[in-house]
Design a protein around this ligand. Structure first.
Ligand code: GUN
Length: 289
């Protein structure tokens, strides 16, 4: 059984991004810059945002962090996005999701200039992805593809089952897998799927993006399948100083006894998300110069 180390793949991606960034800065005098906006004080989101800032520093990027209170109005947030859209020094804009419930995520995402949408969530970028045209691809699904490429896991003709239909992961994941050159046969399952096991059991590559700890058990997985765990769930653990530990959507202990390869949590898909964000930001900077 092979452990697919996102940590290892991310280190490769980041060392490449760092080198390319250094060459780019020498050549152009422009430092790639990512603006990260966090609204409210969700502790998990605050952790992710902090990691994104640290990654920018490690890559040699500039970054700007905007922390807004949970009471921020939609028009305040929209005017910040507008200001960042108009700022020639800013290459990428990321508004951390989820937003507090009084804010309409859709209007905020739509307001980001597509050429600064390093999250790949703007309809223009999602549309380009569906058409198979070059675009900013949502970082988590892009990271999953990079892990599969790194470990030379073939997708052509394979049965890929994606559990979860979110705009951030499930839908773009399926769109990538059906592209020419990837050539997978894709099933998307979700909370209303009638016989989930029927589908997951036939997966050569099973991608869990549900957001529920240990939702995928051994009984749901085919022998020898490749299992990609996108979940990052906090579960209470009083033995830990911080009071919780991170677990995936997959019951790693059980599933790892029958699958051929699996991503761990942490150290799997999560770290790749940030690596792909760095790559997208560098791409945006190149486009802007
Ligand atoms: N929240 C969880 N994952 C993501 C992501 O990839 N982008 C944004 N903007 N918010 C997130």
């Amino acid at each position: 059984m092979l452990v697919l180390s996102g940590k290892e793949v991310a280190a490769h991606v980041q060392s490449e991004v760092k080198q390319t960034c250094s060459d780019f800065v020498h050549l152009t005098g422009h430092k790639p810059c990512l603006a990260v906006v966090l609204v409210g004080d969700d502790p998990a989101s605050a952790t992710y945002v902090a990691s994104k800032g640290k990654a920018c520093e490690a890559m040699g990027f500039d970054h700007r962090d905007y922390r807004l209170t949970a009471e921020t109005t939609e028009s305040e947030l929209l005017s910040l996005v507008q200001k960042l859209n108009d700022d020639p020094l800013v290459d990428g804009i990321l508004v951390q999701l989820p937003l507090p419930s009084h804010l309409d995520e859709k209007s905020i995402i739509h307001a980001i200039r597509p050429d600064k949408d390093v999250d790949g969530l703007h309809p223009v970028n999602v549309g380009r992805l569906m058409l198979g045209d070059p675009s900013f691809v949502a970082c988590t699904p892009a990271g999953v593809m990079r892990i599969l490429d790194y470990y030379k896991i073939e997708t052509k003709g394979k049965e890929v089952v994606v559990v979860g239909r979110s705009n951030i992961v499930g839908k773009p994941m399926a769109a990538l897998m059906i592209q020419k050159g990837r050539d997978a046969t894709v099933t998307i399952c979700h909370s209303r799927t009638e016989d989930l096991v029927l589908h997951t059991k036939k997966a050569d590559i099973l991608i869990a993006a549900i957001g529920k700890p240990h939702a995928i058990t051994k009984e749901m997985v085919k022998n020898g399948a490749v299992v990609i765990d996108v979940g990052i769930n906090r579960v209470v653990d009083t033995s830990k100083k911080r009071g919780y530990r991170l677990v995936g959507d997959v019951d790693y202990e059980g599933v790892s006894t029958i699958c051929s390869a699996i991503t761990p949590v942490p150290g799997g898909v999560g770290v790749m998300t940030i690596a792909m964000l760095m790559e997208n930001t560098l791409l945006a900077a190149k486009m802007h110069v």
